[in-house]
Design a protein. Structure first.
Length: 348
């Protein structure tokens, strides 16, 4: 990027993690929309080549001709912003977005106190910041996440049963996501519901291998291993297609920072059953777009899944309502505009 282009930059969005994560996905989703509203660029590793990008060296030596926003989403990025501003004397206004719904460590609280402004992704996350924050819920790109026109054909392409009532749960396979609770529900429900099937997508890391193997053994012993499948980590575009192939989505996490998967599923016209963690209570309309259950409650989860498995017409109606709800209230353009409003306030 030329010096002239560097001079024009108004916002730098760092990403200091190589592997794909929820935070990285947020940057990847938002930047293409925000760049139409403000001169924004990314810096750091692990980002797609099509995003506007400067090197960390360029971010450290950016001209001091104006104030700019440094928009951090991790502790490391907050710390680097402080270094750039106070040691290298770059003119960065410091902004931090927090999704965490827990008490922060002393170091994190210190970093937060040094920021010029804060964004929280939910009211719950804002309550842990100990400073005023602008609450901006995540949104989804409804042009990418949308219902399919032919679910049966899509399932055949993906190697899924066109006649099944298919439940999905997407994300890394671990206890935090409540995967074991869903397997327990399948063990209780599926013997009397021959159409019901379930798929999981997401990595199984080495430290969760024993956890996954135990679940697989239970399913095999019950004769359900062919109806509950772990597909592993799949390409992003395939994740979208698997959302579209579902009849019902489940997100029974034990804790969650925000939790974007229910919104993505609902944008695809899929009703969702989720636990009362993260921002799920702000996203799901009870009995309209899905159901909410207490966290770590296998009985409540099983009952909610049974309700939707046994009501074909109700699932379709809830899926239509879910899509309309996301389009009206949670489209990514609204999130992008609200964040750019915070940028302009800092720059003004």
């Amino acid at each position: 990027m030329s010096d002239t282009s560097l001079s024009d930059i108004e916002v730098v969005a760092p990403n200091l993690k190589k592997r794909l994560s929820g935070v990285t996905s947020t940057v990847v989703r938002l930047i293409p929309i925000q760049r139409k509203m403000i001169a924004i660029t990314t810096t750091g590793p692990g980002l797609p080549a099509e995003l506007p990008h400067i090197t960390l060296g360029q971010a450290a030596l950016i001209p001091r001709n104006r104030w700019r926003v440094w928009h951090a989403r991790r502790n490391t990025e907050m710390a680097l912003g402080l270094l750039l501003r106070h040691v290298l004397r770059r003119k960065y206004r410091l902004l931090f977005t927090s999704a965490a719904q827990r008490h922060h460590t002393g170091f994190t609280r210190w970093l937060i106190r040094k920021q010029d402004a804060l964004i929280a992704t939910s009211p719950q996350a804002a309550s842990y910041l100990e400073r005023p924050a602008t609450v901006i819920l995540h949104g989804v790109d409804t042009t990418i996440f949308h219902p399919t026109t032919d679910k049966s054909a899509l399932r055949r392409e993906l190697g899924l049963d066109p006649d099944a009532v298919l439940i999905g749960c997407f994300g890394r396979v671990r206890a935090q996501k409540g995967v074991d609770l869903l397997v327990e529900a399948a063990l209780r429900l599926f013997p009397s519901r021959p159409r019901a099937q379930m798929i999981f997508t997401g990595r199984i890391t080495a430290d969760n291998r024993a956890f996954a193997d135990e679940l697989l053994a239970k399913l095999k012993a019950a004769g359900l291993d062919g109806r509950v499948r772990f597909l592993g980590e799949i390409p992003w575009e395939e994740v979208v297609r698997h959302y579209q192939a579902l009849d019902l989505f489940a997100a029974p996490a034990r804790w969650e920072g925000f939790g974007l998967t229910p919104l993505e599923a609902m944008a695809c016209g899929i009703p969702t059953v989720a636990s009362r963690v993260g921002a799920y209570e702000a996203l799901i309309r009870e009995d309209v777009t899905g159901s909410l259950v207490a966290k770590d409650d296998a009985e409540a989860l099983t009952a909610a899944l049974a309700r939707w498995l046994d009501d074909d017409a109700g699932r379709v109606a809830a899926g239509q309502a879910a899509r309309a709800h996301v389009v009206e209230n949670h489209a990514i353009e609204g999130e992008a505009r609200a964040i750019v409003g915070v940028y302009r306030g800092l720059l003004g």
